[in-house]
Design a protein around this ligand. Structure first.
Ligand code: RP5
Length: 165
């Protein structure tokens, strides 16, 4: 059985973006837990969760936070599980959160997706689990084939759209 994915957000105000990650996890039938833990407002809850996450059956942790976004870094400092950071655009067009999440010191990596990149965060977490799960890997193959077919269909439809301009 596949491991679980943890989805942590710094505030419930991040849910509007994070729900796109949850939708992908649902689409793939992945078991997950979602929590609001803040690196600054609830540091003990955040570190406590990270310290037991591997033993609790998680295989990857997604962390979404905005502003001076230290959540993913604090979680990564307290676990050996892969941590994926989603910088949330709440101020400064999300650049503050992007830099705070991505610029980790050597030794403590956070795999950072784009600003508000919740969908890619979920896909990356699933790809991590799929390394040890052939069934999940085949779902990902199907997902990519469908994505390719969708774009090829758009390419075909483009000529008609251009005629209508
Ligand atoms: C960050 O501060 C949160 O991740 C959120 O993006 C931002 C604002 O939080 P709230 O004031 O909306 O709770 O820690």
């Amino acid at each position: 059985m596949s491991k679980k994915i943890a989805v942590i957000m710094g505030s419930d105000s991040d849910l509007a973006v994070v729900k796109q990650a949850i939708a992908v996890l649902d689409e793939f039938g992945i078991e997950y837990e979602a929590h609001v833990f803040s690196a600054h407002r609830t540091p003990e809850a955040a570190t406590g969760f990270a310290r037991t996450a591997a033993a609790d059956g998680f295989g990857a942790i997604i962390c979404a936070a905005g502003m001076s976004a230290h959540l993913a870094g604090v979680i990564a400092a307290n676990t050996t599980l892969p941590v994926i950071g989603i910088p949330i655009n709440s101020t400064l067009a999300g650049l503050d959160a992007l830099l705070s999440t991505v610029m980790m010191p050597p030794g403590v990596p956070v795999a950072t997706v784009g600003i508000n990149g919740a969908k890619n965060a979920a896909l990356l977490a699933i790809q991590i689990l799929a390394v040890a799960d052939e069934e999940l890997a085949s779902y990902l193959e199907t997902y990519k084939f469908k994505m390719e077919a969708d774009v090829l269909a758009k390419d075909k439809a483009l000529a008609e759209k251009i005629k209508e301009l």
